[in-house]
Design a protein around this ligand. Structure first.
Ligand code: GLN
Length: 454
């Protein structure tokens, strides 16, 4: 049924870069026969899943939405791919994304944009617009995304799906193509909070292949999603994430959701995070700095496309690297590599990268202080609903500003969950609300999210 649905709508939506009908059907048939034989299977066995094209999948293309990895087929599976395969989830294919997960609209994909199923002339958010659109358009029951500054949660908000960025280190990064290693986290993209919890628990937990993986019992998110009770829960509204710059329909749905939480027995107060005003600036230094370093590995020697310079006989290795990177990377990736190498260069390191790291520390302290007063924080996930295709493409700064509410969680390493809270009056498009919790308290997000969903 999912493959039929993909065949019917994906020509228009373009959520997928690659569909593996044969592989998905083979897994499904295997699960059917194992179930018929009475074998005890994982609860999600047989549930089809879509995987963001930044996650290594053995034998299946992994492009990161970039021309530079066109045709690359990984020889190994990411840990999360291994875990979903072991549990018997048929992999439908790989989903579209902004090139190397840089962007908030999926328009920076080298393979063309994904369209928002709610209005096909609008963007689905990014960078994980493909995963979110696949779930929203009923092309997949579940999807995997990655979130470096909001790429799971913001597309979730803009497509009316649930998206979770776990605590940093909660889900293995082994086999994820690295964008900014200190910020990247994989997580679930689903239609309900409980679905997200089931997928989160399946993917999460310690992995010796990832040195930043947390070696401690993982939060029990499934039982938290089943609890769904906010009576007595202390919830803090982030003062800085609202008001000016937030669309009226977004604020209206957000305020209604907060009232629902209050009537369900939560204690709601306002909380201030004074360093938040510097978070966006700090992110857009830390992220390009780490990305410029991580992307150095795309040298046309080890993998990906190789484009020799035109008109040069016997080019040097350096000339081949330069011409391949020039042809293989898109404009946004080049912009960030330039910003990142500049911020890391010896004369400017302290002024830019060093200052950004200090902001990161201050922000983590603000969060720690806030979580002494409240159990979870709430804000709108995105300041606006989905915008028309092309509207922000020529203005990188206005695109970056869309990430104001999601980026702080990545800088502080804390978990965040976005869930739909209705449609904005002015445009009829989905609005998302975000919960944030302390590190390793992902279960609180699922409890609060499921309570609101009820
Ligand atoms: N939109 C943000 C960026 O462009 C976040 C991307 C992400 O989470 N991968 O960097």
């Amino acid at each position: 049924a999912q493959l039929d649905r993909i065949a019917a709508v994906d020509g228009d939506i373009h959520a997928f870069l690659h569909v593996d009908a044969e592989g998905a059907l083979a897994t499904a048939a295997d699960i059917d026969s194992r179930r018929a034989a009475g074998e005890g299977l994982h609860g999600l066995a047989g549930v089809p899943i879509a995987v963001k094209d930044i996650v290594a999948t053995k034998g299946m293309p992994t492009t990161c939405g970039s021309k530079i990895l066109d045709g690359w087929i990984p020889p190994y599976d990411a840990t999360i791919t291994q875990r979903i395969k072991a549990a018997g989830l048929p992999i439908l294919g790989k989903t579209n994304m902004d090139e190397f997960a840089m962007g908030s609209s999926t328009e920076h994909s080298a393979y063309g944009p994904t369209r928002n199923p709610w209005d096909r002339d609008r963007i689905p958010g990014g960078s994980g617009g493909g995963s979110a659109a696949a779930v929203a358009a009923f092309e997949a029951a579940l999807a995997i995304g990655t979130d470096t500054g909001g790429s799971i949660r913001q597309p979730g908000a803009l497509t009316g799906t649930v998206g979770v960025k776990p605590t940093y280190g909660g889900i293995s990064r082994y086999g994820l193509v690295a964008l900014a290693s200190s910020l990247d986290q994989a997580g679930p993209v689903t239609r309900t909070v409980l679905d997200a919890a089931l997928l989160h628990e399946l993917m999460g937990g310690h992995d010796p292949m990832d040195s930043t993986s947390i070696d401690a019992p993982a939060p029990l998110v499934v039982s938290a999603a089943r609890r769904a009770d906010v009576k007595g829960l202390k919830i803090g509204i982030v003062k800085e994430l609202g008001g000016e710059g937030f669309q009226a329909g977004v604020s209206a749905r957000f305020n209604e959701a907060v009232e629902l939480l209050t009537s369900a027995g939560a204690q709601v107060v306002e909380v201030s995070l004074p360093s938040l005003e510097y978070a966006l600036a700090a992110y857009y230094l830390v992220m390009p700095s780490e990305a410029s370093s991580n992307l150095a590995r795309f040298d046309a020697m080890r993998y990906g496309v190789r484009v020799p310079p035109a008109g040069v006989d016997d080019p040097s290795a350096e000339q081949v690297m330069a011409s391949s990177r020039d042809a293989g990377f898109g404009d946004e990736v080049k912009r960030r590599i330039i910003v990142g190498t500049y911020a890391l260069s010896s004369g400017y390191y302290d002024a830019y990268y060093g200052s950004a790291q200090k902001v990161r520390t201050l922000l983590a302290r603000d969060f720690a202080a806030a979580f002494e007063q409240v159990d979870v924080l709430v804000s709108p996930t995105s300041p606006t609903t989905a915008w028309p295709l092309g509207a922000k493409l020529d203005d990188p700064l206005s695109m970056y500003l869309q990430d104001v509410a999601t980026i702080p969680a990545n800088l502080a390493g804390i978990p965040g969950l976005s869930l739909p809270v209705g449609l904005a009056d002015e445009d009829g498009l989905p609005v998302g609300l975000q919960f944030l919790a302390p590190q390793q308290a992902d279960d609180r997000l699922y409890n609060a999210g499921a309570a609101l969903e009820k």
